[in-house]
Write a protein that binds this ligand. Sequence first.
Ligand SMILES: [Cu+2]
Length: 335
Amino acid sequence: MIQRSRVIQVFITVKIPSSIWTLLIGIVLTLVSLWYGQNHGLLPIAASEEATKVDGLFNTMMTVSTGIFLLVEGILIYCAWKYRRKAGDNTDGPPVEGNIPLEILWTGIPAIIVLGISVYSFDVYNSLSGVDTHSAHQAPITQESQSIPGSAIAATLSDSSQGEVAHMDLSVPAAKGPPADVVVNVMGLQYAWIFTYPETGFNTGELHLPIGKKVQINMTASDVIHAFWVPEFRLKQDAIPGRESVFSFTPKEPGNYALICAELCGPYHGAMRTQVVVETPEAFEKWQQEQLLASKEELNQALAMNPKHGSPTQLLTHHAQEMGIDQEVLHQIHQ
Ligand SMILES: [Cu+2]
């Protein structure tokens, strides 16, 4: 016991030079910053290949800002304690004014950090096989698709409006990099997302994607500005009426992710969300076949009701029955 306290006493009385202290504190600060930059746990899982690049940038910024935070707050607390007013001492401290080398240092270091981060972030942005920044051309949207009522929701979309979405022209420039394996046309409207798979032509209200395949999204909106946001893909892109935004990404983690509208678009904006299902290519293929079958069955049913492919009145009657509209009313409207 006595020996132990003596060791502590020796340790305290040995004068450690301030340069050693500075070095030690510097090493500890660097290690803590590096560790926290990788273990902050602030982001959801990175479910796309692009997400990893964005996370690299975020973690770097987190490391730098943790270091600066600890340094600045540490100096502040140390000085407040070290230079506190001693009892009975009513004198003022020495007047200090200006320190050119110090001012150059604390202007130069942040300038270098900001420049470094901007170059890095520009590089990440460019490497995202990303947003086509030249897509300011008019999207080839049909007149009719503009007239989808604002209050429509995915579940109540009629066959006719789905058809219009499917007719969205595909003659837009592809996103950067190699061609995509899967192309999906996305339409944002108050308050739903409609996905059209142009290869097969069916529409859904849920986005299904195969793992490891490059996906190209051709997106527009039918009424007001919406935004396609999937936090796990680190992807947020505006859907703008009259314009087509083209971007691409590669999902890499299977799972169900929330697709959230990130642009205040009306009173039910908060409800404008759906699911992105990332699944194996086999499961994706199976899902596509099911969707195709379902849309064919629907068509066959309509044709069966109208053997001679049906007159407009007959087709209208069929849809009216499904919607529960009275024959009498329909007849009157048709007059
Ligand atoms: Cu919206």
